[in-house]
Design a binder for this molecule. Structure first.
Ligand SMILES: NC(=O)c1ccc[n+]([C@@H]2O[C@H](COP(=O)([O-])OP(=O)(O)OC[C@H]3O[C@@H](n4cnc5c(N)ncnc54)[C@H](O)[C@@H]3O)[C@@H](O)[C@H]2O)c1
Length: 251
């Protein structure tokens, strides 16, 4: 029996990177999907084709998660296609570099709008659907930077992820009585296009600081997200789960 047979999910930002790995992992477990993307339609349609090869159903929906009206439309289209939403993975995110003194208003607004407000909007539109069926699983893709703070070069990114962590705990408390589990994962050093910001020398320095001796893969994140949305984790909520090869062991 597949772990998510018959379940319906939205994964934001799933045309590549961690989101794509999560979507394919869910599809292999029998889950139908919305593949959300903001710009990369061609890649999103390729993910839809890969999902359909597993026997699961999928649709690509364009929506910039930083726009509340686009998120509202995405969830309406998702419900029209899937009939309901059992699982929401808030994965869409961007990194923003610039010290406190360097970062301008526009970049600060953008990182908060996509990483934090986008998660808020997606939860706000999807939770009423989950409440109606007294069942739902939400996983927010946060970051190690949300717990320990980010390097001096990216304080706005770390803050956006810290806000996601507090939102995760707040929603877990509020919606636990409605059968809705809300958790977050906090990855570190996962090889995706986002890591292209670090050159090979920096990536090797990061690898040496990780006890398991390697960088992470999108699939390392997807398998933990799968556990959190499965009924095996029904007594787990309001948690921030580290996925970092042992780099950070506290908090
Ligand atoms: N790669 C890592 O080491 C790492 C570490 C910690 C946290 N994360 C987090 O994991 C998540 C996925 O990151 P990734 O490494 O796959 O990065 P990535 O840049 O490869 O992918 C980001 C995804 O988000 C989508 N996206 C960006 N802006 C969007 C918007 N406005 N609306 C909808 N979709 C949008 C992109 O299209 C893409 O699919 C992010 O939230 C990121 O902060 C990644």
């Amino acid at each position: 029996m597949k772990k998510l047979q018959g379940k319906k999910a939205i994964v934001t930002g799933s045309s590549y990177g961690i989101g794509k790995a999560v979507a394919l992992c869910f599809a292999n477990e029998g889950c139908d999907l919305v593949v959300n993307y903001s710009k990369s339609e061609k890649k999103a349609l390729e993910v839809v084709s890969e999902i359909e090869k597993t026997g699961a159903r999928a649709i690509a929906i364009r929506a910039d998660v930083s726009s509340s009206s686009e998120v509202k439309r995405m969830v309406e289209e998702a419900v029209a296609f899937l009939k309901t939403v059992d699982i929401l993975v808030n994965n869409a995110g961007i990194i923003a570099f610039g010290t406190l003194e360097e970062i301008d208003d526009e970049r600060l607004e953008k990182v908060l709008a996509i990483n934090y407000k986008g998660t808020f909007y997606c939860c706000r539109e999807t939770i009423p659907v989950m409440k109606r069926q007294n069942y739902g699983k939400i996983v927010n893709v946060s970051s190690i930077a949300g717990q320990q703070g980010d390097h001096a070069t990216a304080p706005s990114y770390g803050s956006s992820k810290g806000a996601m962590n507090v939102l995760t705990k707040s929603l877990a408390r509020q919606f636990g009585p409605y059968g809705i589990n809300v958790n977050a994962v906090a990855p570190h050093a996962i090889i995706t296009p986002m890591m292209d910001y670090w050159n090979k020398k920096r990536q090797e320095e990061m690898r040496k600081m990780i006890p398991v001796g390697r960088l992470g893969t999108p699939e390392d994140v997807a398998s933990v997200v799968l556990f959190l949305v499965s009924d095996e984790a029904s007594f787990v909520t309001g948690q921030i789960i580290n996925i970092n090869g042992g780099y950070l062991m506290d908090s």
